[in-house]
Write a protein that binds this ligand. Sequence first.
Ligand code: UDP
Ligand code: MG
Length: 307
Amino acid sequence: MGKLSVIIPSYNEEKMIYNISNIISSLLKKEKIPYEIIFINDGSKDKTWEKIVDVCKEDPNIKGFNFSRNFGKESAIFAGLTYATGDCCAVIDCDLQHPPEVLVTMYRKWQEGYEVVEGVKASRGTESFLHKFAAKTFYSLISSATKIDMSNASDFKLLDRKAVDILRSMPEKHIFFRALSSWVGFKTTSVEFHVQEREAGDSKWSTLSLIKYAITNITSFSTAPMQIVTLTGVIFAIFSVILGIQSLYMNFTGKSLEGFTTVILLLLIIGSIIMLSLGIIGYYISKIYEETQNRPRFIVSEYENHN
Ligand code: UDP
Ligand code: MG
């Protein structure tokens, strides 16, 4: 039977480590699935790493990697994929919002021959209206950019070794795991799950970090914002031709002074459009810059495993 690597990105989750490793270990032992659990401590500020070291001492199937600082969830997932040795890898949240029983369902699907098993949210749990609205807009943008329906996608997935190796070999630094794992293709199926309440601690996302996350991911999957710049340029060119004709007409009929307001308005509008466009282009340039710097996605400072 193939070995399952369970990757758990953890950031300030000291209350959860013991819990989740116990639940997953006993579940997989009961189902007789060979496994390893990989905890990635994403630069937590609490005792998460100490807890990971403790559980590693108890169970040789558990491995812990400690980041030198907080690199973000995507980097943690990526580190997990890098160090996983299993024939398939599953990514699951540390807060038990992703029900661990589904891991078994995913594993069985993998045994049937599926290479990517996506966890799909049956419900979005209890999120505020604003959060739901923002998530919906974000996912419809991403879905149209990737041509894959992502509205209920999550990071809860199981990937075959083949897909993992492809993801690992991709040079891009800003990865968006849940879209990229669909983008690679392969024989895919999905499993529905109900989002659970967070067991302990708080969600690690502030509104600002969510906005940043959305912008990074939209720009890494689509150049649509840049095309919008071109489009507005075209619209305003047409607009200015019409206005030009109109002001010429005003000039010939001797009422030209009235056009003064139009001039000011135009200056303002064009000025702001130019600024906006430069901003968008600048954003892409900064991403190109970051990719060319070729820095590592994460830095591991410590490793724990008792095997
Ligand atoms: N996480 C991480 N690094 C971060 C933020 C979050 O590794 O910078 C982990 C976190 O420990 C959890 C998962 O990502 O296992 C999902 O985070 P959270 O539950 O806060 O997100 P939400 O469920 O609210 O989307
Ligand atoms: Mg959560």
